[in-house]
Design a protein around this ligand. Structure first.
Ligand code: NAD
Ligand code: IPM
Ligand code: MN
Length: 357
């Protein structure tokens, strides 16, 4: 039996609540196929760990994670620990250390999910965001000069390397080519007169290698407007780290809500483990109540199945989610339901069971 070793970092707030349900789903799928199994190892890292140990993860945490086939993450960040510390020392540290430079975030309206725009059609909302995930506005480089003084100046540098920019754009072209869909680049060269001018230039250059892929390019402000007004324009989308962060929360709202949106942090060369996570955060406002929507973490479990080459099961999990949404009976409060987190997970598991048998 093929064994996939998964490092589980459930993290903070609703992280552990939603990850539990994703683990149930993965175990169910494995139970129905005798060819593979999952071996989960739990890491207690996060903000609680920080308050005990003064750090977000073990000093050799990255070393420990290296031997795993994938990382399954809930959410990081909780009031009490400054966000820039908790996130940079755990989530962003993993993305960077493992060169997970591709962040794949589907913005797809599943059957049964709430259609937010009166004049949109279901099939109009089907985008695949390819977010640059290793540098750009998230380079982490900067300076804080004359701190607290009258002349205080803060610098937050963006870094767009040739290698980093080209590889993400090439990845997106490959994806668009594979899927037979168009590719849209989202940038902001009118105001960001170095980084985004360069981004647009690289997009132009790389596009020459893909004459079969239709392309479009928008400024990020207009793109935000058009995602709402005319979502069908967007198929595969490639954009920078920060723009991708913002636009995929917008996309989440378009595609059924933040409780549904998933993301895969991929190291395409498979030199290091990739990481699968919902795109939402730790939701301190609802943590501990057992009402968080686990569908985003379940969708990211589906992305993990795809990544391991079991696309048929990845699809089954999405299908089960659609069944659940169409039924409309077992949903969490964010979807106007009354079910608990674990009731939703159990229902998905039950549907998977009936779909596979
Ligand atoms: P958030 O995504 O945690 O919450 C935003 C809103 O969406 C809240 O009202 C919350 O209740 C709701 N929500 C989010 N996920 C939900 C779910 N699964 N089911 C139902 N409702 C859900 O964003 P925030 O409040 O801006 O951030 C809270 C903390 O999470 C911060 O520390 C932030 O830095 C961190 N964060 C972490 C990640 C991550 O680990 N990947 C992502 C985003 C934010
Ligand atoms: C996300 C999150 C992270 C990001 C934060 C928590 C650092 O918002 O995964 O979307 O900005 O990448
Ligand atoms: Mn985000």
């Amino acid at each position: 039996v093929e064994t996939f070793k998964i490092a589980v970092i459930a993290g903070d707030g609703i992280g552990p609540e939603v990850i539990n349900e994703g683990v149930k789903v993965l175990n169910k799928v494995a139970e129905l196929d005798s060819g593979f199994q999952f071996e989960f190892t739990y890491f207690p890292w996060g903000c609680e760990f920080y308050t005990k140990h003064g750090k977000m993860m073990d000093d050799d945490g990255i070393e420990q994670l290296k031997e795993f086939d994938a990382i399954y993450l809930g959410a990081v960040g909780f009031p009490g620990v400054p966000d820039h510390i908790s996130l940079w020392d755990l989530l962003l540290r993993i993305r960077k250390s493992f060169d997970q430079y591709v962040n794949i975030r589907p913005v797809t309206l599943l059957k049964g999910a709430h259609l937010p725009l009166v004049d949109a059609k279901r099939e109009d909302i089907d985008m695949l965001f390819i977010r640059e995930n290793s540098e750009g506005e998230y380079s982490g480089a900067g300076d804080w000069l004359f701190k607290g003084q009258e002349h205080e100046v803060v610098l937050q540098n963006s870094v767009f390397s040739r290698k980093g920019t080209e590889r993400i754009i090439r990845y997106a072209f490959e994806m668009a080519k594979k899927e037979g869909r168009s590719l849209t680049s989202i940038s902001k060269a009118n105001a960001l007169n170095y980084s985004m001018v360069f981004w647009d230039q690289v997009f132009e250059e790389v596009s020459a290698d893909y004459p079969e892929v239709d392309t479009a390019s928008y400024l990020v402000d207009a793109a935000a407007m058009l995602m709402i007004k005319d979502p069908k324009r967007f198929e595969v989308v490639v954009t920078s780290n920060l723009f991708g962060d913002i636009l995929t929360d917008l996309g989440a709202a378009l595609a059924g809500g933040i409780g549904l949106a998933a993301g895969a942090n991929i190291n395409p060369e498979r030199k290091f483990p990739s990481m699968f996570e919902p795109i939402h955060g730790s939701a301190p406002d609802i943590a501990g109540q057992g009402v968080a929507n686990p569908l985003a973490s379940i969708w990211s479990a589906s992305q993990m199945l795809d990544f391991f080459g079991y696309e048929q099961y990845g699809r089954t999990v999405l299908e089960a989610m659609e069944h659940l949404l169409v039924e409309g009976e077992v949903l969490t409060p964010d979807m106007n339901g009354t079910a608990s987190t674990s009731e939703v997970g159990d229902r998905v598991v039950h549907i998977i069971d009936s779909l596979i048998k």
